[in-house]
Design a protein around this ligand. Structure first.
Ligand SMILES: [Zn+2]
Length: 50
């Protein structure tokens, strides 16, 4: 399982942002307000052991 994280603040509160319409998928960070098509995917299983 992969988890999307913000490249700026590292928050996992990332949601899809479709401002560009159908041409491209962007992501929006609900923590710092970052928007862009660059996100960091992390392996959740290694980070959360709950
Ligand atoms: Zn952020």
């Amino acid at each position: 399982m992969k988890l999307r994280t913000c490249p700026q603040c590292g928050s996992t509160d990332i949601g899809p942002d479709r401002l560009m319409g159908i041409t491209g998928m962007r992501y929006k960070c609900n923590n710092c307000g970052y928007t862009g098509d660059v996100i960091v995917e992390q392996d959740v299983e290694k980070k959360f052991k709950k």
